[in-house]
Unconditional design. Structure first.
Ligand SMILES: Nc1ncnc2c1ncn2[C@@H]1O[C@H](COP(=O)(O)OP(=O)(O)O)[C@@H](O)[C@H]1O
Ligand SMILES: CC(C)(COP(=O)(O)O)[C@@H](O)C(=O)NCCC(=O)O
Length: 320
């Protein structure tokens, strides 16, 4: 993360090499139960359990400290208001940003598993922003199919209404669902979020600001609803490799399904399929990374910088 912090003293972040960070979790490194190990191993990505112990276990402990503190603050505020303001604590929201294919979904799933183990957060839910993309029908109509994932391809109003409902303590809040198989939002499909202790809200766009309206109306940013934010980072060339690898693996698996939007790519030669993947990366995802995603990195509370093999090399965390 050299380009991030020439001098830590004058940076809002502290920087830790992975080995140093791993030391913070030393006292809890052996505490994963067989069950937890089994659940983590059963995820369809090959998760390196040493990496979970080295990086993510202590990260989950630190996050749980933030959650506990916010729960204490909630109780103190109730006392302050003489218990006039009743109700339950609203979910602690963790926003997770980063490029397409950098590993957001995988990291979010690992953290979800680990966070449920801490007493302050037995219920952790996970929602991805792709459900808030406009349906393909709308994207085609507005000539945005080549801009899927760019700010204008999302229904930001729906996204903000969802987060606002969560943060107002509403039960059973519904989020729309996206299918990577059909490459489209699934009509009539929702996930229901019912007052979890933590909501992990993951997507490329979650730290993006937006233009302020000229009419003076109140328009929050998505990140205004976050209690903590994480940016998953890696060098462009490495993310590029992960994107192509994932695409080529999907060509062998999910794309074979005749229902898959990309089914036709499973019939192409390897070279032709690779050329398609390279095109999608260069014309959509890399462009989006440079224009709209990477510029949001300095807004995160914590940055995980990964290197080859998805191994975390450095952790940056905001000084309090
Ligand atoms: N910690 C990890 N260990 C091994 N593979 C990973 C890890 N994180 C991500 N991957 C792989 O990298 C690719 C991109 O990850 P994914 O979580 O789908 O990214 P995103 O949600 O950011 O698009 C996938 O093929 C996934 O299996
Ligand atoms: C659906 C995505 C925009 C990611 O959305 P997110 O969950 O981060 O909001 C992305 O995976 C995608 O499909 N990009 C379009 C180009 C491509 O097919 O790779």
């Amino acid at each position: 993360m050299d380009q991030l912090a020439p001098t830590e003293k004058y940076s809002p972040y502290w920087f830790f090499k992975a080995e140093h960070w791993a030391g913070f979790g030393a006292d809890m490194s052996m505490t994963l139960t067989q069950d937890e190990v089994a659940r983590l191993s059963s995820m369809y990505e090959p998760i390196d359990l040493d990496e979970v112990r080295r990086i993510y276990l202590s990260l989950s402990r630190l996050l749980s400290a933030h959650v506990e503190t916010s729960q204490q603050l909630f109780r103190q505020r109730q006392r302050f208001f003489n218990s006039e303001k009743k109700g339950t604590k609203t979910p602690f929201i963790i926003g997770m940003a980063g490029s397409v294919a950098v590993g957001k979904s995988t990291t979010a799933r690992i953290l979800k598993e680990l966070l449920t183990r801490w007493p302050s957060s037995p219920k952790v839910d996970l929602v991805t922003t792709d459900g808030f993309l406009h349906p393909n029908e709308v994207l085609r109509r507005d000539n945005l199919m080549e801009r899927k994932g760019f700010p204008d391809s999302y229904d930001v109003g729906a996204l903000l209404r969802f987060l606002s409902a969560i943060k107002s303590g509403q039960p059973n809040v519904r989020a729309p669902v996206y299918s990577h198989l059909t490459y489209d939002v699934m009509p009539g499909e929702f996930v229901t979020v019912d007052r979890p202790d933590i909501l992990i809200f993951e997507g490329i766009n979650v730290l993006q600001p937006r233009e302020l309206p000229k009419d003076g109306n109140f328009v929050p940013f998505v990140s205004d609803f976050f209690d903590f934010s994480i940016y998953i980072d890696a060098d462009e060339q490495i993310i590029h490799e992960w994107y192509i690898d994932r695409f080529m693996r999907l060509r062998e698996t999910a794309f074979r399904n005749p229902q898959s939007f990309f089914h036709r790519y499973s019939q192409l030669s390897e070279d032709a399929a690779r050329a398609i993947a390279e095109g999608l990366w260069a014309n959509i995802n890399l462009k989006n990374l440079r224009e709209n995603i990477l510029p949001t990195r300095p807004r995160a509370d914590l940055i995980l910088k990964k290197g080859a093999g998805h191994l975390v090399e450095e952790v940056a965390i905001r000084k309090l």
